[in-house]
Design a protein around this ligand. Structure first.
Ligand SMILES: *Cc1c(COP(=O)(O)O)cnc(C)c1O
Length: 365
């Protein structure tokens, strides 16, 4: 439909994709430029990451989250966290296993499961539960066969945060049923109030948990393909065993840039948060004015909006597209419990977002 509308000459503003519009910070680019000239970096890297990269990741996680881990055994580098999320299922999901997957959720959790013969059991995220799964609603039989639970807070697409009580409940549930917990923390640095925690800081989480971190959203590095996982050493070893057989690690010059990102000045990240805050404060009142209700936006750069009466996720997205050339994502694309919502991503230049706001204000719903 986007192609069709664009072919009519409409200048589309895409708030559809969660890909930061700002460039990678200059000190990180400079680190890559320097590292790229060194022949030692032109060879095959180790799949698990350079010791210096894993040390930088461990020191970052300790400083930021108060979680200590051994860089040699409790950290593995990833070619973007998506790679690790998909390979987690290769490592741990066998045919017949159940994987508990948030609905709505990042599609890779479920797809990785299905590619490896696992069965997805969706955990609906509902507004009345603060977009946290209701663990008590998971039947005993399902919990018994479950191998793995995926979670991700700050959450894409709902923008919700987890509570420490919820994380504690997850640990108790996973202990009782012998389930691995894989927590996706890609948005840990995109927040507007208190810094969100690591799942691994929850008592007991280190025994059964692994957490996925990404440099993509934090440092505007989506194209660079660099992230890492930290957590329980058996889980890290299992993921590493897959990786050593299917990939050959991240280009070392990119790892050096990653070290510059993780250990360098974090003030540009604070600047990014400020930028997203300004955009949020411009966008939310505008959509409220046309009668669209957004969930409180305390983290991520996503606005999760309730579809008004008379529309579905896709019919509202198509109206926005056809009438004002603004692209949003139907919530139903993230799972059936996403029906009734649409998602806007505030990742276009601020003047473009202002233009989107002006157009949206003209909309009659
Ligand atoms: C963007 C995103 C990722 C993946 O990031 P990478 O670029 O692969 O590191 C993972 N999880 C969620 C929920 C995301 O939105």
């Amino acid at each position: 439909m986007k192609k069709e509308v664009a072919a009519r000459g409409v200048d589309l503003i895409s708030l559809g994709i969660g890909d930061p519009d700002s460039p990678t910070f200059p000190h990180i680019v400079a680190a890559l430029q320097d590292a790229a000239t060194r022949p030692a970096n032109h060879r095959y890297p180790d799949y698990e990451g350079m010791p210096s990269f894993r040390a930088a990741a461990a020191s970052y996680v300790e400083k930021r989250f108060g979680v200590r881990c051994d860089p040699a055994t409790e950290v593995v580098s990833l070619i973007g966290s998506k790679e690790g999320i998909a390979n987690m299922a290769v490592a741990f999901v066998d045919p017949g296993d159940i994987v508990l997957v948030p609905d709505p959720g990042y599609p890779v959790y479920g797809i990785g499961t299905q590619f490896n013969g696992g069965t997805v059991y969706p955990m609906p995220l509902r507004a009345e539960n603060g977009f946290l799964p209701d663990l008590k609603a998971i039947p005993e039989e399902v919990a018994k066969r479950a191998k793995l639970m995926w979670l991700g807070y700050p959450n894409n697409p709902t923008g919700a945060l987890a509570t420490s009580q919820f994380f504690a409940d997850v640990v108790a549930f996973a202990e009782r049923h012998d389930i691995i917990v894989a927590h996706d923390n890609a948005y840990s640095e995109i927040y507007f109030d208190e810094p969100p925690p690591s799942f691994l800081a929850t008592p007991g989480a280190r025994d059964l948990g692994i957490e996925f971190h990404s440099l993509s959203k934090t440092y505007n590095m989506t194209g660079w393909r660099v992230g890492f996982a930290v957590g329980n050493r058996e889980l890290i070893a299992g993921l590493g065993k897959v990786k050593t057989n299917v990939d050959s690690g991240i280009f070392q010059a990119v790892q050096e840039a990653g070290i510059a990102a993780l250990t360098g000045d974090q003030s540009p990240v604070a600047g990014m948060r400020e930028l997203y805050r300004q955009r949020r404060d411009m966008f939310l009142p505008a959509i409220e004015k046309i009668g669209l209700h957004a969930q409180p936006m305390r983290a991520t750069f996503y606005v999760w909006v309730t579809v008004p009466k008379g529309f579905t996720s896709t019919s509202l997205v198509s109206k926005l597209l056809q009438d004002v050339g603004v692209v949003a994502t139907p919530g139903s694309g993230f799972g059936s419990a996403g029906e009734g919502y649409i998602r806007f991503s505030l990742t276009v230049a601020t003047p473009r977002l202002a233009e989107a706001v002006e157009r949206l204000k003209t909309l009659k719903l």
